[in-house]
Design a protein around this ligand. Structure first.
Ligand code: CA
Length: 499
């Protein structure tokens, strides 16, 4: 009898061990990513959702994977997102107060986004463009109000604007943890291009951040890590011109920006030579090549869908695997200097689904979408942006180019890939409810499980309850967990990550 019991225990132990790495139940078409052992316990699993308010104003609603309507920020938090990024434009409005689009992302919107993020325990990265609209490698136009100023005058404006905006965002209830002094400033910032001038702008922003709160990180954001020598040179310039910053950030879009190993190498350079933290400020990946709002997507059939460094399918699974891959590449930065990854605009879905529509029905829906983009700024640009950017946005304005890169389907329901932000975290011994803490609620679940009362917890998570390592999850484990929660001696592995 004893032999049989031992055999059963061994079999159970084998089942438990096999089940441990997968926290969520495996579905036929989606497999949870392998967890990552993060060198930095606070590794940022972030998302930019700058357009969310204008999307909500356009009627967009968000639902969790089970179809329950919830605040977007709650859904993100429940899926493991721990940091929100928001862009700030100085004045994205024309003389009549009509918004330029792209979320009409002003200080007021950033404050509201920061407040809602903080409500669910998420910190905020404030991304100043120092422009009235999109700033990127091809455009670094100063705000209209600052045009014609000297570099020194602009620097003073940057200081005042940065300090004022951060104060307003904080006062709204946001938990600001990091600030970008410029967006994708590979070729310039705020209308200045000479390096001595750029350094004045960067340092004006940085000194405002230091004055605001000395614990807030300052990030410099470049692009094109695939141009390895260029980004190393840019990093050197920051040192030559004595720019004050903590984090070297880059965008990383796999269809443009080279291999993951090169990404790590570029961030390693700043980490090893200058002691800087490394981060991906923007990444994204398409979960389908289908468009849902009739505005052409960045990644589509025949557009950015081929390339040596595209390691993943354009699928929900591929989207999650890309995020895991980029996080792993940043985690590999030497000296534990990998700070984290932000996914860009992971909730920018269509304001009205045009999929499958034809003829008059299609025309009608497109017209509805255009009206919403114009009125609420929920497309990448509205026609009103011609007042500031006549040659590009003012001509090519329209909807979302990334609706196929969101973590929500066209109706606003979360895709399984959103779980990647939680699934990358290793499970914890004793944490059977998966809330990242070990306490009496875990013990209670084990007690119910042992007597056959149904729990909402899957077998794989129950397996994390074998804290005394005897191959069974039972009342002994529940008791150890209660002791651990009461700070009494308990098995050493309680509370440690399972790898
Ligand atoms: Ca689109």
């Amino acid at each position: 009898m004893k032999a049989v019991k031992t055999l059963l225990s061994l079999l159970l132990a084998a089942v438990l061990v096999a089940a441990v790495p997968t926290v969520h139940a495996v579905e036929s078409d989606y497999t949870a990513v392998e967890p990552i052992r993060f060198n930095n316990p606070d590794f940022i699993r972030g998302m930019d959702v700058s357009s969310v308010i204008s999307l909500e104003q356009s009627g967009v609603k968000y639902y969790d994977e089970n179809g329950v309507e919830k605040d977007l920020f709650r859904i993100l938090s429940e899926n493991g997102v721990n940091y929100i990024r928001v862009r700030v434009w100085n004045r994205p409005y024309d003389a009549e107060g009509k918004g330029f689009g792209g979320g009409n992302s002003d200080v007021e919107k950033a404050a509201e986004i920061g407040r809602r993020a903080a409500k669910y325990g998420m910190k905020l990265l404030v991304d100043f463009h120092y422009s009235d609209f999109w700033a990127d490698p091809g455009k670094q136009k100063a705000p209209a109000e600052w045009s014609g100023l000297s570099v020194a005058q602009k620097a003073q404006k940057v200081y005042d604007f940065t300090l004022g905006a951060l104060t307003a965002i904080k006062n709204a209830g946001a938990d600001i943890g990091m600030v970008q002094v410029g967006n994708e400033t590979t070729n310039g910032v705020c209308g200045v291009y000479d390096w001595a001038d750029r350094a004045q702008i960067f340092n004006a922003g940085a000194s405002a951040v230091r004055a605001f709160d000395k614990d807030v990180l300052v990030a410099i954001h470049f692009t094109d890590p695939q141009k390895t020598d260029v980004i190393k040179w840019l990093t050197d310039q920051l040192d030559v011109y004595k720019v004050d910053y903590d984090v070297l950030a880059t965008s990383y879009y796999p269809y443009w920006h080279g291999s993951l190993s090169n990404l790590t190498a570029v961030l390693d350079y700043a980490a090893e030579k200058y002691g800087k933290l490394g981060m991906v400020a923007e990444t994204s990946y398409a979960n389908t090549l289908t468009d849902t709002d009739s505005h052409p997507n960045t990644v589509a059939v025949g557009a950015n869908d081929q390339g040596a460094d595209l390691l993943w399918d354009f699928s929900v699974q591929g989207q999650a695997d890309e995020v895991r891959g980029v996080m792993n590449a940043v985690n590999n930065v030497s000296g534990g200097k990998g700070l984290g990854v932000f996914y860009w605009e992971g909730a920018w879905i269509t304001v009205g689904d045009t999929t499958g529509l034809q003829g008059d029905a299609l025309t009608e829906q497109i017209e509805k979408n255009k009206t919403l983009w114009e009125e609420n700024g929920s497309g990448w640009a509205a026609s009103y942006s011609a007042a500031y950017d006549p040659d590009d946005a003012g001509k090519w304005y329209g909807g979302s180019a990334v609706d196929n890169q969101a973590f929500f389907d066209s109706k606003g329901r979360a895709l399984p890939s959103l779980r990647v932000f939680r699934d990358v975290l290793p499970a914890i011994w004793g944490d059977v409810d998966g809330d990242r803490t070990v306490d009496v609620s875990d013990a209670a679940i084990i007690q119910r499980y042992e007597v056959g009362i149904p729990t909402a917890v899957g077998e794989a998570q129950i397996a994390c309850g074998d804290v005394n390592a005897d191959g069974e999850v039972d009342v002994l484990d529940a008791t150890w967990i209660q002791r651990y929660d009461a700070d009494l001696p308990a098995p050493e592995r309680i509370g440690t990550e399972i790898m």
